[in-house]
Design a protein around this ligand. Structure first.
Ligand code: HMG
Ligand code: MG
Length: 299
């Protein structure tokens, strides 16, 4: 029993552009997001209010967030690692934020210089403030399928972090395969475990496609009734603190597969492709999405 409808969360402007070698100009980021806003996507992650020393690529978060054209009915979440980031986001008018932790201690240390426990405590402060301001909150669990630093990650470790984020009051949990090592049988094991702790309709998956398993993992999750998937236009992305991590599942790839399976998204693939074409010209390298490449090859 597959779902009839899926929500696609576009993360290219954040996950994608945080990983580009060359910093993309704010005006290009804004133009990219504005093109994505014309595609029917209902959720477009816009940027991160993190330390500019940690992610110089997104140091222009204020400029980008305040200048994008916000389409009615579209949510534009932003990443915030701590209260400082939350205050910056709020002062720009952000009403949807994402806190982030991970299942791997080693990754959490490198990514945000905290233990998992410290990151949950820091997230708790953010979620409390965000909720009292009426904001919507997503919680990310990175490295849920494996760590780039060799420390073991088990489904029960992911479940334990998930429970804590749900207790904080996150509206949605996105479970990330940060380095694209996951396989469908892992998804089969993880979803029932998480579904016992939270409503399935609030569970998202965030698959990077480093080893070509992202769409297979999406299909596995669909079979368990998961209806929210993160993707990035053209397959942009990666995490600078996860060596070797490449992009998310391409939005075009995900849309192509879902459309072919008769699953509705409300997103116009041609318009996402137009946004990808634009950003390809800016980043000046080929994009990895297979469906994007096939469309380009056919003119
Ligand atoms: P730290 O150095 O331990 O923290 O960094 P600190 O509190 O000592 O702050 C250091 C400096 O940063 C200070 O400035 C702070 O004021 C400043 P200084 O006194 O040196 O001039 N600072 C900030 N500035 C602006 N905005 C802020 C902020 N916070 C502190 N919010 C910290 C800890 C968490 C801040 C840092 O490590 C950080 O920002 N990390 C973010 C890393 C990141 O963004 N990684 C990528 C996103 S996660 C990801 O990609 C995975 C995901 O896609 C899911 C998946 O794929 O699985 C979501
Ligand atoms: Mg990611």
């Amino acid at each position: 029993m597959l779902p009839k409808k899926v929500t696609v969360v576009e993360v290219g402007a954040r996950d994608g552009l945080q990983n580009e070698k060359n910093v993309v100009a704010p005006s290009d980021k804004i133009a990219f997001i504005d093109l994505l806003s014309e595609s029917g996507l209902r959720v477009i992650e816009a940027t991160s209010f993190v330390s500019p020393k940690a992610i110089p690529q997104l140091a222009d978060a204020e400029q980008v967030y305040t200048r994008i054209r916000k389409a009615p009915g579209v949510r534009y979440p932003v990443l915030v690692p701590n209260l400082k980031g939350y205050r910056r986001a709020k002062s720009c008018g952000a009403d949807a934020v994402a806190v982030f932790t991970a299942a791997s201690e080693a990754f959490t240390k490198r990514n945000i210089n905290m233990t998992i426990e410290e990151s949950i405590a820091t997230s708790a402060d953010v979620v409390r403030q965000a909720k009292s301001d009426g904001a919507w909150v997503r919680g990310y669990i990175s490295t849920a399928f494996g760590s780039p630093f060799g420390d073991a990650v088990t489904p029960h470790m992911v479940r334990d972090v998930c429970v804590k984020l749900v207790e904080l009051g996150c509206d949605e949990i996105s479970v990330g395969d940060t380095i694209g090592v996951g396989v469908p049988t892992q998804v089969d094991e993880l979803v029932p475990l998480l579904a016992r702790e939270m409503p399935l309709e609030c569970l998202a998956f965030h698959f990077h496609d480093t080893r070509g398993t992202a769409l297979a993992n999406v299909y596995a999750a669909l079979q368990h009734g998961v209806t929210i998937f993160d993707a990035s236009a053209g397959g942009l992305g990666g995490c600078p603190y996860a060596p070797g991590a490449t992009g998310n599942v391409g939005t075009e790839d995900l849309l192509y597969m879902l459309a072919g399976m008769g699953i509705g998204t409300g997103v116009d693939l041609a318009r996402v492709r137009a946004a990808s074409r634009f950003i390809r010209g800016v980043v000046d390298h080929e994009l990895t999405s297979k469906a994007f490449q096939a469309l380009e090859a056919n003119g």
